[in-house]
Design a protein around this ligand. Sequence first.
Ligand code: PRP
Length: 184
Amino acid sequence: MQDYREFLSEILISEEQLQARIAELGEQISRDYANQDLLLVCILRGGVLFLTDLMRQIAVPHAIDFMAVSSYGIGARQSSGQARINLDINTDIRDRNVLLVEDIVDSGYTLEAVLSLLKTRRPKTLRTCVLLDKTERREIDIPVDYVGFTIPNIFVFGYGLDIDEHYRNLPFIGVIDLKKYKAL
Ligand code: PRP
C-alpha cells in the first residue's frame, strides 16, 4: 500500500479540530442524558474511532454495542443507496435510550436501515450522532441529532474512513487526490 502522503491533497479536519469538537459533543450528550440510561450503538467499521474517543468524553455511565452494515451496489467509493445489516447488537433495547454513533452520513440509507430495524424493538428514545454530514448527497430525510462537521461532497479518508479498507487509523480527516492514488 502507498504511504498516504503520496495522495493526500489536504487535511480537511485536523486531529486537534476533531478532538475539540468531539469533546463538545461529549459535553452536550452528557448534559442531555444526565441521570438517564444510555446505550451507544456504534456502526462498524467506520464509526469505531469516533466511538472510542466520544465515549471518553461522555461523563454519564453508559453501555456500548456494535452493528455492522454494508452499503452495496454501484462501487466501492460511493455508497449505493442500499444497506444490509451484517451484524446485529446483542443488547435488548426495549425502553432504553439508544444513541447511534456513525462516522459519516452520505445518502442516509445506512442510518435509515438501522433506525427502521431498531425502532421495531421499542426503545425509549432513538437518536443519531454523526461525525461527518455530507448534506449535499442526502437522498432520504433522516434525523441527525448530533453532528460533528458538515462537509462538502468530496472523497475523505482517515479517522475511521477507509480507502480500500486501509488508512482508517489516521488521526485526521484527509482529502484524497485520486490522480495520485494507485488503486489496489
Ligand atoms: C460508510 C459509512 C456509513 C455509510 C454512509 O460505510 O461508514 O456507514 O457508508 O453512507 P450512506 O449514508 O450513503 O448510507 P461503509 O458501507 O463504507 O462501511 P465501513 O463503515 O465499514 O467503511
